[in-house]
Design a protein around this ligand. Structure first.
Ligand SMILES: [Zn+2]
Ligand SMILES: [Zn+2]
Ligand SMILES: [Zn+2]
Length: 112
C-alpha cells in the first residue's frame, strides 16, 4: 500500500464505518499518475459467517492507472443484543460503532 496518496495514516473517524466508497478528504491524489479523479475498488471479498458476522475487504485503486492506494476492511458482527461495526483503512481511517438491536431500552420493557 502507499503512504504518499493519503494525508494522514488511518485517521480517527469516530463511529463512521464505510462498507464501500472512500474518504476523499484524506486523499491527496494519485502520486503515480497525478490524477485526482475518482477512486475505484478492486479485489472485493465478502465473508459471511453462519452467526451473521460479515467481513468485507477491498483495495482502493486509482481509476486512471490502477495504482493501489489502500486496503480497506469493514466488519460487522452481532454480540447478543448489539450490532458492532468497525472499519480499518489507511485512507478512510478507523471507526467503530455499537448499535442496540432492541427497539427500546430493555429496562423499560421489563415493566410490562
Ligand atoms: Zn500512491
Ligand atoms: Zn493513478
Ligand atoms: Zn478505505
Amino acid at each position: 500500500m502507499c503512504v504518499k496518496c493519503w494525508k494522514q495514516r488511518m485517521p480517527d473517524r469516530g463511529t463512521t464505518c464505510l462498507e464501500k466508497g472512500a474518504y476523499l478528504m484524506n486523499y491527496v491524489g494519485c502520486h503515480q499518475c497525478q490524477a485526482r479523479a475518482s477512486i475505484g475498488e478492486k479485489d472485493q471479498t465478502k465473508q459471511e459467517e453462519e452467526n451473521g458476522d460479515e467481513v468485507i475487504t477491498f483495495t482502493h485503486v486509482c481509476t486512471e492507472c490502477e495504482h493501489e492506494i489502500a486496503a480497506h476492511t469493514y466488519q460487522f458482527s452481532i454480540e447478543e443484543e448489539f450490532q458492532e461495526y468497525s472499519m480499518e483503512c489507511n485512507l478512510c481511517g478507523h471507526g467503530e460503532a455499537t448499535v442496540s438491536i432492541l427497539p427500546n431500552d430493555p429496562r423499560e420493557q421489563q415493566l410490562f
